[in-house]
Design a protein around this ligand. Structure first.
Ligand code: SF4
Length: 315
């Protein structure tokens, strides 16, 4: 068993979500990847402790996504064990149960969350005392039903049950390297068939956005680099469960070279915000710009940390 090793600075790595955070707001990126580091320690500096707590916040849509992925993972396990799959009503109830649990802890365990943020699920909506409109609740409720039905109806289950198809990974955290930087890849599902075809599956509970295509393209690069699969033998299925749409993508050598080029450019952009790239020491917080898209700030986890500074800019 390996013990906890304290690090003064976080380890350098890259992921698609890290890139998305940076593009969204440099300050958010700072709090998420640097300012919250060691914030879990008993004697953490107050700002690091607060940043760590805020990093732990979820929201209704993310919680729905997590619950859906848990159910999907359970279905993969059932397929492997040769057990029958649950019906949509069972999956829907699993997801509702998970949301009810998170709703309850958010409503009742605020004090515990402030003391031990890693122990309690907390919705941003409750933490910031935001009003949850009837329209939002209706949308979430409808979405739970839609995604449960679409997940159970997915073609993937029949494919996975075939003799010539084998599972490679399901929600398995893995890394590969681009220029010595560890790159994280966690495809929802990865399987291969005897004809040499590898398929990445990504389930989405939200809207169709271009970033999703970029994310699965990075996973394709991971499959190519880590498993030595030719790009033409890799396919991605993006299943937009609430929309009832599945998008299939294939890849080429040139396409994956472009994905790698974009990842390198993103890493270079991140390194410009470091004082010391070897130890991954960030520049001072003030060098991480607040977003210009200020309208999104009240919905950001780190709003509590930025509120005063944003107020000074406005006044
Ligand atoms: S509150 Fe706004 S400025 Fe502050 S981290 Fe979040 S998005 Fe960035």
């Amino acid at each position: 068993m390996t013990g906890y090793v304290r690090r003064e600075y976080p380890q350098w790595s890259w992921s698609f979500s890290r890139h998305q955070t940076l593009v969204g707001c440099e300050r958010r990126y700072f709090y998420n990847y640097y300012g919250s580091h060691n914030g879990w320690e008993f004697r953490a500096a107050p700002e690091a402790a607060l940043a760590y707590r805020l990093k732990k916040l979820s929201n209704l849509y993310l919680t729905l996504g997590d619950a859906l992925h848990k159910s999907a993972y359970g279905m993969v396990e059932r397929i492997l064990e040769g057990r029958e799959l649950p019906g949509a009503d069972v999956v829907e109830e699993e997801i509702r149960r998970q949301l009810r649990r998170v709703w309850k802890s958010s409503r009742d365990d605020g004090d515990l969350f402030r003391r031990r943020p890693s122990r309690v699920d907390m919705l941003q909506e409750f933490y910031y005392q935001m009003e949850i409109s009837e329209a939002t609740l209706t949308k979430i409720n409808e979405r739970i039903t839609l995604v449960s039905q679409a997940l159970v109806a997915s073609e993937v289950w029949d494919i996975l049950a075939r003799e010539d198809v084998s599972l490679v990974a399901s929600e398995q955290f893995d890394t590969f390297f681009i220029e010595q930087t560890p790159v994280y890849a966690v495809p929802d599902l990865l399987y291969k068939s005897e004809d040499g075809q590898w398929t990445i599956v990504d389930w989405k509970t939200g809207e169709e956005v271009e970033d999703n295509e970029d994310q699965v393209a990075l996973y394709a690069l991971y499959v190519h680099e880590k498993h030595g699969v030719a790009p033409e033998q890799i396919r991605a299925r993006l299943e937009y469960l609430s929309l009832g749409i599945t998008k299939e993508t294939s890849f080429t050598q040139e396409g994956l070279a472009e994905v790698e080029k974009r990842a390198k450019a993103s890493m270079a952009q991140m390194r410009k915000l470091l004082l010391d790239p070897v130890q991954n020491i960030p520049r001072p917080k003030i060098d991480f710009a607040l977003t210009d898209a200020r309208a999104m700030c009240p919905w950001c986890n780190f709003y509590e940390l930025c509120q005063q500074e944003l107020g000074r800019i406005v006044s």
